[in-house]
Design a binder for this molecule. Sequence first.
Ligand SMILES: Cc1ncc(COP(=O)(O)O)c(C=O)c1O
Length: 379
Amino acid sequence: MGPGPSDVHPRVLRAMSTPLVGHLDPSFVEIMDEVQELLRYAFRTDNEWTIPVSGTGSASMEAAIGNLVEPGDTVLVPTNGYFGGRMASMAERAGGEVVHVDAPWGEPLDPADVEAAFAEYQPDVFGFVHAETSTGVRQPDVPELTSIAHEHDAYVIADCVTSLGGVELRVDEWDVDVAYSGPQKCLSCPPGASPLTLNDRAMEKVLDREEPARSWYLDLSLLEGYWSDERAYHHTAPITNVYALREALRLVAEEGIEQRWARHRRVAAALKESLSAMGLALNPDEAHWLPSLNAMEVPAGVDDGAVCEYLLDRYDLEIATGLGDLDGEIFRIGCMGHSARPANVTLLVPALAEALAAQDADIDPDAGLSVLRERLGEV
Ligand SMILES: Cc1ncc(COP(=O)(O)O)c(C=O)c1O
């Protein structure tokens, strides 16, 4: 129940013990096709350029930024969380000139501020974080943000690491040019092969670059040879992670993507409402609440690190403290993929109440538990 990795589904663990075949074996090539098709389903896109990138979420992130951003491009990134900062570092390393659109940690971007930043800087690329794992904020108004960018002929990159497979995300309908993710959050798959999708417009920019991308390993114009019909060797694919991702994505398809988004909302709402009935304050507003990562304020006088240790020692249960500007201010409670289950919330709520009571926090555990019973009855 931390910010990821989430619990891996047993079917995914089993898939990882499948004997290895070569990365160009005809049976593996079929699996690659299947993974690409299932990724398109999860991203809600028809983009041909939809692949798992070898490596963790930062690899798909760097593949997106390092290929789309060319030296001299102006890149607009947000300041409202830890991962917007990582976007800025990657864009700088790619040779981009980084400019910022500001919002405090714990708040989403305001489209009016994005519009003003476009008027001031005329960026070539605009990156934003759809689901900010450091703050528990879901960026609403995505179609509005992409239309501002497109009116200015810019490209949009969305960080969907903590949203893909758990929170409503519609790449094509929302007109996102490039979206990347990680498998270890709402897909409940071990890290190692990370989803990436680019539309034709973005891929044209990548293929028309004057200078090659600075990373050979993540150069999409080279990876194209392996993931297109050519199936030419570039590097050895992480076979076992691709097996795992296929199984995780099959689970998404079996459940149905919209049903899966709804499950995350139902289970996380039961968690959120029982915590707030207990007297604990939730950090972001309902309008930009992120069901997969619930940010809860640390009550006055409570040592946040000691609460996390208590839960881990006594209940084998992980939640996390805040990061960066919200360090010491919030707990981060994940509700992702296979971990977004009533049984997990039923374990967490009384355990957290006990951990807080051990530090004399002013909370009402009974009120929380009675809301939990009511709400889980509806799940
Ligand atoms: C929003 C966001 N972006 C990017 C990343 C980077 O992913 P990874 O740690 O798998 O490299 C993370 C990881 O937690 C994340 O939460």
